[in-house]
Design a binder for this molecule. Structure first.
Ligand code: GAF
Length: 452
């Protein structure tokens, strides 16, 4: 695909730099409203864990509330499976997400209550043992915040959510963000460096959950901006060391420093007064106005629960790593247009997708800037076809959902997230009737503390 001349800043912000963002990464999983169960939920007794655990632990919901935090889910307009290849993505945080309320725990134990699934967990605040299922998210957040130098006070946490079940809208990042912000505030810490926090939370996915995901979801959830999509240059996100941080996006041990002014602007903490486009050179995040006029973006659940660790996601990531090895490059961001032809299949197809998907992010940004929504629709369709035919992460139910949405008049429709199920995003022109099960999505604000 030709690269348009007028794409603006969201292009190759770190070309020429060493690949650095391939380390710690983020995730998206199937969810149960407030917590994202992992495939099969091993360790989860048949019929659910609730009774036995409830007996063991005091319910999380008593005592004065010390902090309330919200973590939003996300929709990715385009730029799928590019984040762990140091590429470009165009997500936005949505208004639905996960809320965590913290209260003191007086016995030194962490107590979690996932209200929507009636599930509990109790574990020591220091060195939590590893488990399977949703509990690994909370334990991982506590463990990695502690490892980063934060003292985390024992808390009783109540988790609730508004994200629809099984929708693939990154409930895991929403949960991690809400947990981290609530725990930090509960423990008396100020606003963290959000870029570092995104890296740390993505390590929860990698090291505690077993999903080798990228930075897309946590960054979208932490930096969401009302009215805007975020053009992410993941190489820039991972490659620019922040104070106390090693290149590669992995926070070095030690307290996270206060956010740089640019991060506060990108997070919307300045009330949205920042000059759009001022941040990306420093942060790899560029807000792009998402002006849809009377057009509507909706998601429709394919009905297939998608679960990253059990899906082919990790396999795809390994294929990309193998392609890099064969090409002698550190990251597919450095692959040239001829690279696919030098690779055996299916690696050639995977690389072809990644190269074209980065270009589609540029095309989508250009279309948004030009107010050309039919073109945005074409980009969505092209992304979907590439994910299906080259990256091979579709399933029949997702295909049927996308086809139905197009038949109903969508200008474009594509799977969102890691694939193998989850939701389809569709762009509808004015005047078209939306299917009853369609959920309208619009860009909301970043993960944040709420009034107690
Ligand atoms: C999931 C992952 F969590 C992201 O990091 C990203 O790779 C996405 O799938 C695919 O673009 O949401």
């Amino acid at each position: 695909m030709d690269r348009p001349a007028n794409v603006g800043r969201c292009v190759d912000m770190t070309d020429g730099q060493a690949a650095g963002g391939g380390g710690a990464r983020s995730a998206e999983v199937a969810l149960d409203s407030s917590v994202p169960p992992r495939p099969g939920e091993p360790g989860e007794p048949a019929g659910g864990p609730r009774r036995s655990r409830m007996r063991r632990g005091r319910p999380a919901g008593r005592g004065p509330v010390t902090a309330v935090a919200f973590g939003p889910g996300r929709v990715n307009l385009v730029g799928e499976h590019t984040d762990y290849n140091d590429g470009l993505c165009l997500p936005f945080a949505i208004e639905l997400g996960v809320t965590v309320r913290a209260r003191p725990s007086l016995d030194g134990l962490m107590r979690m209550h996932a209200v929507d699934i009636g599930s509990h967990d109790v574990f020591p605040a220091v060195a939590p043992p590893r488990v399977e299922g949703w509990r690994s998210f909370a334990r991982g957040v506590v463990a990695l915040l502690t490892e980063a130098g934060y003292s985390i006070r024992p808390a009783r946490l109540t988790i609730t959510g508004t994200l629809p079940r099984g929708a693939g809208l990154s409930s895991s990042a929403a949960l991690e963000v809400a947990l981290a912000l609530a725990l930090l505030a509960h423990s008396g810490h100020g606003e963290p460096d959000r870029r570092q926090l995104a890296g740390l939370l993505s390590r929860v996915e990698n090291e505690w959950v077993g999903a080798r995901t990228g930075l897309l979801d946590q960054t979208a959830s932490l930096f969401g901006r009302p009215g805007h999509a975020l053009c992410l240059d993941v190489r820039a996100l991972g490659a620019i060391p922040a104070p106390g941080q090693a290149p590669g996006g992995v926070p070095a041990p030690g307290p996270l420093p206060a956010p740089p002014a640019s991060a506060a602007r990108a997070s919307g903490a300045d009330g949205g007064r920042a000059t759009p486009g001022a941040e990306p050179a420093a942060t790899g995040i560029e807000p792009v106005r998402l002006d849809l006029g009377r057009w509507r973006l909706v998601t429709v659940d394919s009905g297939v629960r998608h679960a990253i660790a059990a899906s082919g996601y990790n396999t795809r990531r390994a294929e990309c790593a193998r392609a890099c090895e064969l090409l002698g490059i550190g990251s597919l961001r450095d692959a040239d247009q001829d690279a696919p032809g030098r690779l055996p299949e299916p690696l050639g197809r995977r690389v072809r997708h990644v190269l074209a998907e980065n270009e589609r992010v540029r095309l989508a940004v250009a279309a948004l800037r030009a107010g050309d929504l039919p073109e945005l629709g074409r980009v969505l369709d092209a992304s979907h076809a590439s994910l299906r035919d080259l990256y091979e992460v579709s399933v029949p139910e997702v295909e049927a959902t996308a086809a139905r949405l197009r038949a109903l008049g969508a200008a474009g429709a594509r799977m969102v997230g890691g694939g193998f199920g989850g939701s389809v995003l569709a762009l509808f022109p004015p005047g078209r009737r939306l299917p009853a099960e369609a959920m309208r999505v619009a860009p909301g604000g970043p993960g944040r503390l709420l009034p107690r």
